[in-house]
Design a protein around this ligand. Structure first.
Ligand SMILES: *[C@@H]1O[C@H](CO)[C@@H](O)[C@H](O)[C@H]1NC(C)=O
Ligand SMILES: *[C@@H]1O[C@H](CO)[C@@H](O)[C@H](O)[C@H]1NC(C)=O
Ligand SMILES: *[C@@H]1O[C@H](CO)[C@@H](O)[C@H](O)[C@H]1NC(C)=O
Ligand SMILES: *[C@@H]1O[C@H](CO)[C@@H](O)[C@H](O)[C@H]1NC(C)=O
Ligand SMILES: *[C@@H]1O[C@H](CO)[C@@H](O)[C@H](O)[C@H]1NC(C)=O
Ligand SMILES: *[C@@H]1O[C@H](CO)[C@@H](O)[C@H](O)[C@H]1NC(C)=O
Length: 495
């Protein structure tokens, strides 16, 4: 008996060694360490209609990985955008205080000092800088004074160009969807084959379209080349100032006053007073401004619920009469044919979401979108109020907003039924808001390296595989030996 047990010893030992090796290999040493510390970054997105604060976070030891930075929290600043404080610049700084106090609580105290803080202003401030450069400088100086009073690493308040705004929105979209590079299950970096997604942003004062294209850029102003993770991307981008939702609504209102005695995009049964000073203050309505008008006059305007006239009014926003390139979107701006899939966010999302969820209309095709727009524009004020109680006077503008989105996509950018099938309307990817803010921070903090991530993980992995196979072979050999031993000891007793 003792001899039998002894003869089993060598294969048993072999099996034990194999098992031990496998176990040692499979204990994930990296994960056993204490959890990695987090880093934070703060971006204030100073839009034309309001300011939002985003706090991002990422594990400090994975800084250069894609898809690692996510949204920690956010805060909506109360009141208007910073450009609305042109007459009271200190008010612009003061308006940010509530959200900054939240940031002090949201970011752990020991991280305050090293946390970068940026303020980026967009088309609202671009317009203010056009009408009054001094006022825009005063507003930026005022918000700078406020932001410097906080312990964060404040890195400046700037006005983004339309080009930057478009490109950073595109970077955000593709970063969040991990379209640049991906750390796969096999422990290797690889470039996903699906390509990048185009980005369409509709703000309050401007709209941006950005997509990767193989077509040559006929206007250098519309081409941006980016080197991300070792890959070169050629991206088409354009920002249309005065084509943001709020400015479009003002322009339509000004044209309605000019051409009709009512507003065809507003619902029948709705009427309101328009203060001429407010309507004509923006450079976007300059073309429709009468030679003389009394700014303190109020004009009463009623809605008409007239989809056809409303479409005509919105068509007037686009000028197709001249193009000095092989092809243009509108207003003489070069644009290659739209290619690939797109994500449409911010006010694009809100317009389509209203049609889908409040009106209960399908918008999966251009034909459905067109029909949905006619339906919403044909509602009376009481019908709309019954559908969406509590929306207030904004409800009157959903027809014009949806009509604009539909015309911009089809006639403006040239989406046909097939291309439209690749457009998704979304405001978040995971927990992170889609917009230019994240891309802006990633760029300014160098969180997207130009070179591909090192092969360290790749080589680590292959030696790991070799060892794993070795120990599995050892274990199998031991098992085979054991089995044979067991058979040979059994058979004599069976006879
Ligand atoms: C990230 O990349 C930069 C340069 O590409 C490098 O200096 C830095 O050490 C990297 N950080 C980490 C955590 O790998
Ligand atoms: C305002 O516009 C001028 C002219 O385009 C430009 O040089 C300046 O940098 C702008 N101001 C800011 C703060 O961006
Ligand atoms: C503008 O209208 C207001 C009343 O609405 C009037 O008191 C004022 O005198 C007018 N100003 C001019 C320059 O006509
Ligand atoms: C369209 O643009 C052309 C060239 O820029 C201009 O001459 C024309 O007046 C514009 N038409 C409208 C309706 O604005
Ligand atoms: C608008 O609605 C009315 C009924 O409320 C309907 O008779 C009419 O055909 C509709 N118009 C359009 C353009 O859909
Ligand atoms: C991102 O930052 C780099 C410098 O770090 C700069 O050269 C590049 O132009 C920036 N990208 C964009 C889109 O602005």
């Amino acid at each position: 008996m003792a001899v039998k047990v002894l003869s089993l010893l060598p294969p048993l030992l072999l099996a034990a060694a194999g098992l031990a090796g496998l176990l040692l290999l499979c204990v994930p040493t990296r994960d056993v360490r204490e959890p990695p510390s987090l880093k934070y970054g703060i971006v204030l997105d100073a839009g034309s209609s309001h300011t939002s604060m985003f706090i991002y976070k990422w594990p400090a030891d994975k800084e250069n990985d894609t898809g690692i930075v996510g949204q920690h929290s956010s805060c909506d600043v109360r009141g208007g955008g910073i450009s609305s404080y042109a007459d009271n610049p200190p008010g612009a700084g003061q308006s940010l205080v509530e959200c900054l106090e939240q940031a002090l609580r949201d970011v752990p105290k020991e991280r305050h000092v090293g946390t970068p803080l940026y303020l980026g202003a967009t088309a609202g401030m671009r317009l203010l800088n056009l009408t009054s450069p001094e006022a825009s400088a005063d507003v930026l100086a005022a918000v700078t004074r406020t932001l410097m009073q906080y312990p964060f690493d404040f890195r400046g308040a700037r006005i983004l160009s339309g080009q930057d705004e478009g490109v950073f929105g595109w970077v955000t979209t593709n970063y969040l969807l991990e379209n640049f590079i991906k750390y796969g299950w096999a422990g290797r970096w690889f470039r996903p084959r699906k390509g990048t997604l185009g980005a369409m942003d509709l703000g309050g004062a401007s709209t941006q379209i950005t997509f990767e294209t193989a077509s040559p850029a006929e206007d250098p102003a519309n081409e941006v080349q980016l080197r991300l993770y070792g890959q070169l991307y050629r991206v088409y981008t354009h920002s249309f100032l005065c084509y943001g939702r709020d400015q479009v609504l003002q322009r339509l209102l000004a044209s309605a006053l000019q051409t009709h005695s009512f507003h065809p995009c507003w619902p029948r049964g709705y009427s309101t007073q328009v203060l001429l000073r407010d309507l004509y203050a923006s450079p976007c309505t300059a073309a429709q401004r009468p030679q003389t008008f009394n700014g303190s006059h109020r004009v009463r305007l009623a809605g008409g619920s007239d989809p056809a006239l409303c479409r005509g009014l919105v068509s007037g926003l686009f000028n197709f009469s001249s193009c000095r390139f092989s092809r243009c979107s509108f207003n003489g701006i070069f644009q290659p044919p739209v290619s690939g899939d797109f994500m449409a966010f911010s006010a694009f999302f809100y317009a389509v979401d209203f049609l889908r969820t409040v009106m209960g209309l399908p918008v999966a095709s251009l034909q459905q979108l067109g029909a949905a727009v006619v339906t919403v524009c044909n509602q009376t004020w009481s019908e709309l109020q019954a559908l969406a109680p509590g929306e207030g006077s904004r409800l009157a503008d959903y027809c014009a907003g949806a009509m604009f989105v539909q015309q911009l996509l089809t006639r403006g950018y040239g989406f046909d039924e097939r291309a439209f099938g690749g457009v998704t309307f979304q405001k978040k990817a995971g927990d992170t808001a889609v917009g230019w803010a994240l891309g802006y921070m990633l760029n300014l903090t160098n969180l997207i390296p130009a070179d591909p991530p090192g092969l360290r993980k790749g080589t680590d992995f292959s030696s790991w595989v070799v060892l794993l196979l070795l120990f599995v072979a050892l274990l199998l050999a031991a098992l085979v030996l054991l089995l044979r031993k067991a058979r040979s000891t059994k058979s004599p007793s069976a006879i």
